[in-house]
Design a protein around this ligand. Structure first.
Ligand code: PBG
Length: 344
């Protein structure tokens, strides 16, 4: 007990720990941090998803996605121009289909003059050098909001694939560069690859939504394309169970074997472990989708002043790169690209 005060004095007299290695040395200033930085986000990493709606010269905000609008075709061409100026390599298109055009079969998906096809043609005419990716799935076009055909309450697999093949060909004919099947039917990548090759679209790439999970984070997207209210039940008989990881490798392996040029993991932030496993296992061009609910969490919290939105955005995006992603589909694409540009 008598010794206690003296030991304290000794400690104060020589406060140094005898450490040879001090991790903080490499963090001492901005230049030093830049020098050892392992991952860098560039505009080349970004794919910008956009929503297209019928009409003229109109931008309609999506309530659950602050800062994101549905755009008429003329406006989407303006945003494509913005993407090109920001050096964003690729944009992705999703339609809000008029409810009157939706039916049980999703027939509007095969209309060569549907909104997506109109948008592809308009963008390609003015900006042929920007990549255009089209989602393949029936949910924007079905009255029930499911990605496939339904019979007796079941989503039919092979019958749906036959329709998806036609949808993909319709989009390729309109000038789409990358076909991105998001439906999670079995065998659709092989069927679409074969049809593209047989019809003179050998150069059209396929980015498969290979490991796509049944997720609550798609909620705001379903608002944006107008399928939230009509969706009956859930998508758990075709989208993956969020508890699974090995299964993601099997999904990705199949899509690669069937001809996918690029693979995707979706959603993003809760599935960074899957991104890492897929990248390490297959060494394929690997993409990740930071989905609508992830965007809404960051943008919503930022709008409330609860987090620094810009820093949270950049932190989440570089996190995808750190996990092994070669590219990111994100609604933050224009904001992030502007920030990257301003800092370079
Ligand atoms: C359609 C599709 C969805 C998303 C992309 N394509 C929704 C779904 O599967 O229900 C979600 C994208 C997002 O939430 O940002 N099959």
């Amino acid at each position: 007990l008598r010794d206690a005060p003296r030991r304290q004095t000794d400690a104060l007299a020589s406060p140094s720990l005898d450490l040879t290695i001090r991790m903080r040395r490499n963090r001492k200033s901005e230049w030093a941090r830049r020098l050892v930085r392992e991952n860098v986000l560039t505009t080349d990493d970004l794919i910008w998803p956009m929503f297209v709606v019928d009409g003229h010269n109109t931008r309609t905000p999506v309530a659950s996605m602050p800062g994101v609008d549905r755009l008429t075709v003329d406006q989407i061409v303006r945003d494509a121009e913005r993407a090109a100026k920001l050096n964003i390599p690729c944009i992705a298109l999703f339609p809000f289909t008029e409810p009157s055009l939706r039916d049980e079969q999703g027939s509007e998906a095969l209309n060569p003059d549907n909104l997506v096809c109109q948008a592809v043609r308009a963008i390609k005419k003015e900006f042929p050098d920007i990549g255009v990716l089209c989602d393949v799935a029936l949910d924007p076009f079905t009255s029930h909001g499911h990605d496939g055909l339904i019979e007796g309450g079941k989503i039919l697999n092979d019958e749906t694939v036959a329709v998806l093949v036609k949808q993909a060909l319709t989009q390729a004919e309109a000038g789409c560069d990358v076909i991105a099947p998001s439906d999670m039917m079995d065998g659709r990548i092989g069927a679409i690859r074969e049809a593209l090759d047989d019809n003179g679209f050998g150069d059209v790439q396929i980015m498969s939504y290979a490991a796509k999970y049944a997720s609550a984070f798609y909620g705001p997207f379903r608002d944006a394309i107008g399928s939230a209210k009509t969706l009956t039940g859930d998508k758990r008989t075709y989208q993956m169970d969020s508890a699974n990881s090995d299964e993601a490798l099997r999904e990705v392996e199949l899509d690669i074997a069937e001809g996918a040029d690029m693979v995707m993991v979706k959603p993003g932030m809760p599935y960074l472990d899957i991104v890492r496993r897929v990248k390490d296992h297959f060494a394929m061009p690997t993409f990740v989708y930071q989905v609508s609910g992830e965007y809404a969490m960051i943008a919503g919290a930022a709008a409330n002043g609860w987090i620094d939105g810009e820093r949270a955005m950049m932190e989440s995006l570089v996190g995808f790169k750190r996990a092994g992603a070669d590219g990111i589909l994100t609604y933050f694409a224009p904001k992030a690209a502007e920030k990257i540009k301003a800092e370079s």
